[in-house]
Design a protein around this ligand. Structure first.
Ligand SMILES: [Zn+2]
Ligand SMILES: [Zn+2]
Length: 263
């Protein structure tokens, strides 16, 4: 098998893995939403279809750099991913996870802020904000330009920061979980955590919901560090108020559509 075929197969396999991981995770949380908050996604079928299509396209964009790097790691020992847990001190395991999350968060904050400038917003980021309100399926609903900015982060970090393969799995798990839960329209974490000292520094759905509501604030991904430092943190959103507004807007929309149909 030539190297090119092996790379293509690796990229295809990674695309399938990312796509299936998205469908399973978003699907599970969409089901949980239907079970615990029936009606929250009512009238959003068209939007959900769009969210799934953009997300699956993003899976391919995430799969290619991941596939190339995975191939190089297995075939040529590229990257600083290690498998022998004794290669670094044990305390380094949680530190490496934190370093990856912080580096990803930093990259996300600044590229996200840039994408809220008028031109990149129109060109790319508007796709993500077209979900109003987003659902569990919006986790990877990005324009290809935005997907590319997200897809290169971990494949580049593995060349810079040593990480155990299981710790890397944990980072990817956190990334997937937060991508879905931050968009699903309700808070999955307990109130004492979200509104307590931990929630002052960690981002959960209540924080990201406000970004989707007000746009020019709360740009972070995992931590409120950059938002707080740069004065862009606008506190936590309120799902009850947001749901009421969405219902009212939906009712208004349906009312107008009914009048149009009659007129
Ligand atoms: Zn945004
Ligand atoms: Zn979002």
């Amino acid at each position: 098998m030539t190297a090119l075929v092996a790379i293509l197969l690796s990229a295809a396999a990674m695309t399938v893995i990312v796509g299936v991981r998205y469908l399973l995770t978003s699907g599970a949380f969409a089901l949980a939403t239907r079970a615990t908050r029936p009606g929250l996604y009512v009238g959003l079928d068209k939007q959900i279809g769009r969210e799934i299509r953009w997300s699956l396209a993003s899976a391919a964009i995430y799969g290619v750099p991941a596939g190339i790097v995975a191939w190089g790691w297995r075939q040529h020992g590229w990257t600083r991913i290690y498998e022998d847990v004794g290669a670094y001190p044990l305390w380094y395991l949680p530190v490496s996870v934190f370093l990856y999350l912080f580096a990803h968060d930093t990259w996300f904050y600044w590229t996200h802020r840039w994408m809220h400038r008028p031109k990149p917003f129109r060109m790319a980021h508007a796709v993500h904000h077209a979900s109003r309100p987003p659902t569990a399926w919006a986790a990877m609903a990005f324009h290809p330009i935005e997907a590319l900015t997200g897809a290169v982060v971990i494949p580049l970090l593995v060349f810079a920061i040593p990480i155990h393969v299981a710790a890397l799995g944990l980072v990817l798990g956190v990334m997937t979980l937060m991508g879905v839960t931050n968009h699903m329209g309700w808070e999955v974490f307990p109130r004492f955590m979200v509104e307590g000292p931990l929630g002052r520094w960690l981002i959960t759905a209540s924080h990201h919901q406000r970004h989707h509501e007000r746009y020019g604030c709360n740009y972070g991904l995992y931590f409120r560090f950059w938002d707080r430092l740069c004065g862009t943190d606008d506190g936590l959103g309120n799902f009850d108020a947001a749901a009421r507004r969405a219902r009212a807007a939906g009712a208004l929309g349906r009312g107008l559509a009914g009048r149009d149909a009659q007129g």
